[in-house]
Design a protein around this ligand. Structure first.
Ligand code: CUA
Length: 333
């Protein structure tokens, strides 16, 4: 089940960055690795050289080799050398921290910034779309972050405001940027940006309870036209599909509405993911299973079987009621 999702070409390598913050991090990684590897070679080289050239079989009656107690030049060298290395590393890290830290109030010239508030929940992601290129958005979706790709001369930075609804989580999409924590009672910021359309995968990177491993991140980067289309579809209220009318009444009579919102209906709960365009998402339960009619039915019937410990209870619906509710959910495209 998880295997199916893993199979869709997961690339979680920090060595294959697709945007500026991730590039800065790769640069730092390569440089620090090179410096430390150089030091390793030097130290091991001197050690092996001394072992080989200083080797002499001791005879019975040989005096002890000369014993050296302190040498000012050597002590100065082994204090100054490492201090210099640490100083260089501090400068390198300082530059990268500066580069990955966003300044949402001063986007680069000609940019069309997207602003999204990300709220970490046990165990899913809430995405509140705030604004795009100065235009207010104000809709909420879950588990699949869509972002526009930049074009020549028009960077499209995405400024993420990170918050938590419960415990500590960490947002990490290796090809787009470094880990940034979502902490209760604190707001963090990060930014990502890419010119390459595609699916970028990530993972909650801070242990947050039983289903931490099933708190996957999917970032869909698409060209501006496709992104605009997605925005318009997401911003619209739920479609009133005749095929789902009977099921809708059933759904609205269930306790689903206490936790879930379906915009355009009386369902206004905010504890669980917004379901207004549920079927437009590729996965269910934050990447736990693919999203299709059979999976959806299995999920609604008994979420604890699919994602043990998750906060959605099984409602023990009768067969006809389950069918009605799922029929309705399937119309939420
Ligand atoms: Cu959320 Cu780990």
């Amino acid at each position: 089940m998880a295997g199916v999702l893993l199979a869709d070409a997961q690339n979680l390598s920090i060595l294959d960055p697709a945007g500026p913050p991730a590039e800065s991090i790769r640069g730092l990684f390569v440089l620090v690795s090179a410096i430390t590897f150089g030091i390793f070679l030097l130290v091991e080289g001197v050690l092996i050289y001394s072992l080989v050239t200083g080797r002499r079989r001791a005879g019975p009656g040989d005096p002890e080799p000369p014993q050296v107690y302190g040498s000012k030049p050597i002590e100065i060298a082994w204090t100054a050398g490492p201090a210099l290395v640490v100083f260089v590393l501090v400068l390198l890290v300082g530059r990268v921290i500066w580069e990955v830290q966003p300044d949402p109030d001063r986007p680069p010239a000609g940019a069309e910034p997207l602003r999204v508030t990300v709220v970490g929940h046990q165990w899913w992601w809430e995405y509140r779309y705030e604004s795009y290129n100065g235009r207010e958005l104000g809709f909420v979706t879950a588990n699949e972050l869509h972002i526009p790709t930049g074009s020549p001369g028009t960077p499209r930075p995405v400024y993420l405001t990170l918050q938590s609804a419960d415990v500590c989580h960490s947002f990490w999409v290796p090809r787009l940027g470094g880990k940034t924590d979502l902490l209760p009672g604190r707001t963090n910021q990060m930014w990502v940006q890419t010119d390459e359309p595609g699916l970028y995968q990530g993972q909650c990177a801070e242990y947050c309870g039983t289903q931490h491993a099933h708190m996957l991140i999917r970032v869909v980067a698409e060209p501006p036209a496709a992104f605009e289309k997605w925005l318009a579809a997401e911003a619209a209220p739920a479609a009133d599909d005749p095929a789902g009318r009977a099921g809708r009444a059933e759904f609205l009579s269930l306790s689903c509405v206490n936790c879930h919102t379906v915009r355009g209906t009386p369902a206004r709960g905010t504890f669980g993911p917004d379901l207004t365009h549920l079927m437009a998402r590729q996965t269910l339960a934050s990447g736990t299973t693919p999203n299709g009619p059979a999976d959806l039915r299995r999920w609604v019937n008994n979420p604890q079987q699919v994602k043990p410990g998750c906060l959605m209870p099984a409602f023990a619906l009768t067969e006809p009621n389950l069918n009605l509710a799922v029929d309705y959910l399937e119309t939420l495209r």
